[in-house]
Ligand binder design. Structure first.
Ligand code: KG4
Ligand code: ZN
Length: 387
């Protein structure tokens, strides 16, 4: 089947086509095409996403991307209509003005095409994105000559099915969420820990603002931290010792807290002269990244041991962070108890492919009793939770 995914929960407008087939108990995924347009430039001057500006951009972008998707895959929207079996749109969580644009667009399309549609939880999309194969280099050839990708993990034995993956602990880290989720299997989620205040991505973003590094914070902090690592490798060191806290590292639960870390950064930073700031910015960025990633790795491992899982799964924009990936890879190399599943880089931040994928598993459960006018049931919900 072919699923058209639509994602507009924050500042990315995205459409994707995903082909899924099942043979002999295996799942074959063929990501036909993914288009993601980012609004970073529009929001950057404000240091964060402005909801109404984002809604305006989604309205402008959706029809343009839709036409492009149709043209670059099957030649026309008429042809695309004949190919798509199911529509899937992000219902929440997210910014209401932004969500409404995607929901409205998708409901109208489902109604006009007379196709079924499912509303999807954005977090479930992030959580399942590790199943997606890296983007096909040449999507055209994958359409005319389907060459489906097997579901892949980091350990080859996992390709044979889902049994080896579950139970699992997923660390879901994005701009708005930081959660540890216990997965007994797909669709059975239990949040076992979460942030009590700021999300990890938010800490990167606010930290970058404090350090005068721009928006979004994750990639700029990572780039600045890399500068520091290069300097350190060349023997250039700082005389000032920079030590930020690792909040709740040793707490007896699986919750997080990042707002104190941000405040600690602010206080240390404010004490510096402009010359010192220029000199020490890379070192501060590095220490902030170390503090955030140390806590994320330690808490995830703690939960993985407690819940005796087979695997650790990562999902969400912050998992684009190379240092975080390296730390997980390195601790799990020493302790081979858990499989590690990482999303391909292009599916770490917001995208519609993960929404299409999540829809498949709901479709599997529902297809026999799917409501006729399913578009009437799709809504936007800012605070939608995983259940
Ligand atoms: O999942 P996502 O695209 O959107 C939400 O659902 O929130 O995550 C966005 C977050 C932002 O806070 C951004 O700074 C962070 O992911 N991010 C990163 C990196 N790339 C994006 N954080 C750390 N390192 C990165 N390389
Ligand atoms: Zn997201």
């Amino acid at each position: 089947m072919i699923i058209l995914g639509i994602e507009t929960s924050c500042d990315e407008t995205s459409l994707a086509l995903l082909e899924i087939s099942q043979r002999k108990g295996q799942l074959f995924l063929n990501p036909i095409k993914s288009i993601v347009t980012s609004q970073i430039k529009i929001h950057a001057p404000y240091g964060g996403v402005v909801p109404m500006l984002s809604a305006r951009e989604h309205v402008k972008n959706l029809p343009i991307i839709f036409q492009r998707l149709a043209r670059e895959t099957y030649g026309s929207s008429k042809k695309l209509k004949t190919k798509v079996d199911l529509l899937a749109v992000t219902e929440g969580p997210g910014l209401i003005p932004a969500l409404l644009m995607g929901v409205n667009f998708s409901r109208t399309l489902a109604w006009a095409w007379e196709k079924p549609i499912l509303g999807i939880n954005h977090l479930e999309g992030h959580l399942l994105s590790f199943l997606l194969p890296p983007k096909t280099e040449n999507y055209q050839s994958s359409i005319t000559n389907p060459e489906p990708h097997r579901v892949q993990g980091h350990k080859p034995h996992v390709v044979y099915g889902f049994q080896a993956i579950f139970p699992a602990i997923c660390l879901l880290v994005s701009g708005g969420h930081t959660q540890l989720i216990y997965l007994k299997k797909i669709s059975q989620y239990q949040v076992v820990g979460e942030t009590l205040d700021d999300a990890a991505g938010e800490c990167f973003d606010k930290g970058a603002r404090i350090l005068g590094l721009g928006y979004p914070g994750g990639p700029v902090i990572a780039a600045e931290a890399e500068k520091y690592q290069k300097q350190a490798a060349e023997g250039i060191t700082t005389t000032i010792r920079i030590a930020l806290p690792r909040p709740m590292l040793n707490s007896h639960n699986y919750d997080f807290s990042f707002s104190g870390l941000k405040t600690a950064l602010l206080y240390s930073w404010q004490k510096l002269s402009p010359i010192e700031k220029n000199k020490l910015r890379p070192a501060f960025a590095f220490e902030l990244q170390e503090a955030i990633t140390d806590v994320l790795v330690a808490k995830t491992l703690k939960a993985a041991h407690k819940y005796q899982v087979s695997s650790i799964i990562l999902g969400g924009g912050v998992t684009a962070n190379q240092r975080l990936r390296e730390k997980f890879q390195s601790v799990l190399k020493q302790n081979d108890k858990f499989n590690l599943f990482l999303p391909p880089l292009e599916y770490t931040t917001d995208n519609a492919m993960m929404i299409a994928l999540a829809a498949f598993f709901h479709w599997q459960k529902q297809s026999l009793r799917f409501p006729k006018n399913s578009w009437q049931k799709v809504t936007a919900e800012a605070n939608l939770r995983l259940s």
